[in-house]
Write a protein that binds this ligand. Structure first.
Ligand SMILES: C[S@@+](CC[C@H](N)C(=O)[O-])C[C@H]1O[C@@H](n2cnc3c(N)ncnc32)[C@H](O)[C@@H]1O
Length: 264
């Protein structure tokens, strides 16, 4: 497994400078004060002011820092040292008080010794993780009693598609062994000068829900959405503010889902 984690860490390290310049991450607007969080995420998070929030797989910190701007005591975690260094630099530049931890999510207990009101993860997270029982255990471990897990991610049906061709290519169910793709560009910049291996795993809704149930968390909300908040194909139809659909998809399609769980 370490080989896959090492590969993906190098991959994400290489993506950081590309994403800092990509339109999708719109750094200019973000630095000027615009939140990077989409409306569905904001709705499910609710009021975060004064709350301790652990943000899993935070990339270079835009969403974590957006939470800090909303008054949360935010901690971001990511395996990519380049991403975490950039997140810390942005935090200092913006004069915020977010904290960033660099580690594999599965080693988080060795690096963070606190409990949180909210554990949060969103958009492009579990696809990088081989299995979800240990993930759900991490989530429940870091929640205070009465705390909430707020999770939004691309729908597993969406993850069945080849994002370049929009054709179905991958199994809905986790086949345990990772998929390996050599990808040109990234979802935020298809023309970027990067061509690297990525290892990923698809997780059905059943797998996600069963893992969180095994971790004794209680489902409060589940919702599926018929749009993407990001133009991840670079050529999607903008149907309204931060709502994109695929040109070549003639039917209502599940782009992402939201789950909110509570810890008793
Ligand atoms: C698509 S980003 C998700 C964040 C957010 N939606 C965004 O776009 O800014 C995926 C992040 O997961 C991180 N990641 C991948 N595997 C990880 C692991 N095993 N432990 C911790 N972070 C991991 C990557 O470094 C990357 O920053």
């Amino acid at each position: 497994m370490q080989e896959y984690y090492d590969n993906n860490k190098a991959l994400w390290n290489a993506k950081v400078p590309i994403h800092l310049d990509a339109e999708l991450y719109n750094m200019e607007a973000f630095m000027a004060g615009e939140s990077s969080l989409d409306k569905a995420t904001l709705k499910h998070l609710g009021d975060v002011s004064g709350k301790k929030v652990l943000h899993l797989q935070c990339h270079f910190g835009q969403d974590t820092l957006s939470l800090a701007r909303m008054g949360a005591k935010a901690t971001g975690l990511d395996i990519s040292d380049v991403a975490v260094d950039k997140a810390r630099e942005l935090n200092d530049t913006l004069g915020l008080d977010a904290r960033f931890v660099c580690c594999n999510i599965f080693d988080a207990k060795d690096h963070i010794d606190e409990k949180f009101d909210i554990v949060f993860a969103s958009f492009g997270t579990i696809i990088w993780l081989p299995e979800l029982d240990a993930w759900a255990d991490i989530v429940q471990h870091f929640l205070k009693p009465g705390g909430r897990f707020v999770f939004l991610d691309f729908h597993p049906v969406m993850d069945m598609l080849n994002w370049d061709t929009c054709a179905f290519e991958y199994h809905y169910f986790n086949k345990q062994e990772p998929y390996m793709e050599i990808t040109q560009g990234t979802y935020a910049d298809a023309n970027a000068d990067i061509k690297m291996k990525e290892y990923f795993w698809n997780h059905s809704l059943m797998e996600v829900i069963q893992a969180l149930q095994k971790a004794n968390l209680k489902m409060e909300t589940m919702k599926e959405y018929d749009y993407s908040p990001y133009d991840i194909f670079g050529e999607m139809i903008k149907r309204s503010d931060r709502e994109y659909t695929m040109k070549r998809m003639p039917v209502a399609f599940p782009y992402f889902y939201a789950l909110v769980y509570s810890k008793g």
